[in-house]
Write a protein that binds this ligand. Structure first.
Ligand code: CA
Ligand code: CA
Ligand code: CA
Ligand code: CA
Length: 467
């Protein structure tokens, strides 16, 4: 992260621990840095090193060289095994749901943001009445109020080493909550102009590329969409996108780290705009017309661009917009049972698989695009303020808020995650599963026994797991 540290506030360490059924109240453990070659998956593939004569350096074509060539591919005959592969042993199974945190005063129904780490740990945030964060990584599940002044729809992203970063609003300013060396820092993002807090609960979207650089979009005080990138000590803000009356900006990065934006424009009859890099700035095109209620965007593993939108006209269904090579858009409607949804999300599988895309919207609706058809499923419970994260190929994590009429709002996690150890060390860290702290024991989340995979001095083998 490259954010100016001046003027930051220290995060309160007095977070309560109440996520689900976990006893104890430890925080997020110590540093949480990955050792080289594990979990982060951000190391650039090695190619072209010279090996033994007649033996190819990357025989399986997974982008990682064999050890004989100085590479880190522990099985150069299997392209699904390499240091950047997922090894959480998580597979898609039955759906289940859990309470994450509550105590949010009033019937706020804020938008959640969820991310899943390469070791299978979850990170969830919400900011309708203060920025709240929960994780099941580290020693125990943890829950913290990070910033009582935080508001709006926060956006949580993970650095290449798995550290959470959250963009959110304090009044009309974008702030960043940053987890490093075992503690949170709260920093005003410098280099930005004031944000519009009125629209969309104050939407801001953050993504972090493979080089650790932050990209964010938000709506400014003039209701224009703004894009900024973290550079050295500050964000560098680019010229306005869209004219005015912008809302619900969404952001995705393609494999090269280039930004792709989608946002609604509320003037006139309303329209949905797509923007991406061309020459020195952004090129824009209209995706669809009409007023927009919510928009999301995802890039699939082949680089295909997918937008999901909900129009705000009566009986407008949720529509999947697909960008063709010639720049035109085609559209797939989810039909009558997708109308009247206020929030939606689309995400792509990060490894080659039969199911490429996943969508979810208000209530309990979920669908995945599998072998050219949308397969619909119903998830347990039901909620709003959706966010979506995909673990590996087809394991789905949904963040949602739900409410007990005028009493309070709570955040839930809904997933089809099931752990089945496959006996294969897919990510070349020496064990089946993910051994983030390199103590020889895989994390509980990945089917192992290490109760704190952020701290090599704590593991079941060392007998230091008992609380
Ligand atoms: Ca391999
Ligand atoms: Ca495995
Ligand atoms: Ca492993
Ligand atoms: Ca470990």
């Amino acid at each position: 992260m490259e954010i100016e540290p001046a003027g930051g506030r220290a995060a309160s360490a007095a977070g309560r621990s109440q996520m689900s059924d976990a006893p104890g109240g430890a925080g997020l453990g110590s540093s949480g840095r990955t050792h080289s070659g594990a979990a982060g998956g951000s190391e650039p593939p090695r190619a072209g090193a010279s090996g033994s004569p007649g033996v190819p350096c990357d025989a399986d074509g997974d982008g990682y060289d064999a050890p004989a060539c100085g590479g880190a591919d522990c099985d150069d005959s299997d392209s699904s095994v390499h240091p950047g592969a997922w090894d959480t042993n998580a597979v898609a199974g039955d759906w289940w749901a859990e309470f994450v945190f509550g105590d949010i005063p009033g019937d706020t129904r804020g938008k959640t943001s969820i991310a899943v780490d390469r070791d299978g740990s979850l990170h969830v945030s919400e900011a309708s009445e203060g920025l709240r964060y929960a994780s099941n990584g580290g020693a125990t599940r943890s829950y913290q109020m990070l910033d009582p002044l935080g508001r709006g729809a926060p956006s949580l992203a993970l650095t290449p080493s798995g550290e959470p970063v959250i963009a959110y609003l304090v009044e009309d300013a974008v702030w960043i909550a940053l987890h490093e060396n075992g503690r949170w820092s709260l920093l005003p993002a410098s280099g930005l102009e004031p944000a519009n807090t009125a629209r969309n609960g104050g939407g801001v979207e953050l993504e972090i590329d493979a080089n650790g650089r932050s990209h964010l979009v938000y709506v400014d005080a003039n209701e224009a969409v703004r894009y900024a990138r973290g550079a050295d000590s500050a964000f560098r803000l680019e010229p306005r996108l869209g004219t005015s009356s912008a809302l619900v900006p969404a952001l995705a990065l393609d494999p090269s780290g280039a930004p792709h934006l989608a946002f609604g424009i509320g003037d006139g009859n309303g329209r949905l705009v797509y923007a991406t890099r061309c020459s020195s700035g952004f090129c824009q095109s209209d995706v669809a017309t009409g007023p927009m209620k919510d928009v999301d965007i995802a890039i699939d593993i082949t680089g295909g661009v997918h937008v999901l939108h909900a129009g705000s006209l009566l009986d407008a269904p949720i529509v999947h917009d697909i960008l063709a090579r010639d720049g035109s858009w085609s559209h797939q409607s989810f039909g009558a049972d997708s109308v009247d949804a206020f929030s939606l999300a689309i995400a792509a599988s990060s490894v080659k698989t039969e199911s490429t895309l996943h969508v979810a919207w208000d209530g309990n609706a979920y669908a995945r695009f599998e072998q050219n058809v949308w397969v619909r499923e119903r998830t347990p419970w039901g909620g709003v303020g959706l966010s979506l994260a995909i673990e590996g190929a087809a394991v789905v994590h949904i963040g949602r808020t739900d409410f007990r009429f005028d009493v309070n709002t709570f955040v839930e996690h809904v997933t089809n995650r099931s752990v089945i150890k496959d006996g294969v060390d897919s990510n070349c860290d020496g064990v089946d599963g993910v051994d983030r702290d390199a103590d020889g024991e895989a994390s509980i989340q990945s089917g192992g026994t290490d109760c704190n995979d952020h701290d090599p001095s704590i593991s079941s083998r060392l007998g230091s797991c008992s609380r």
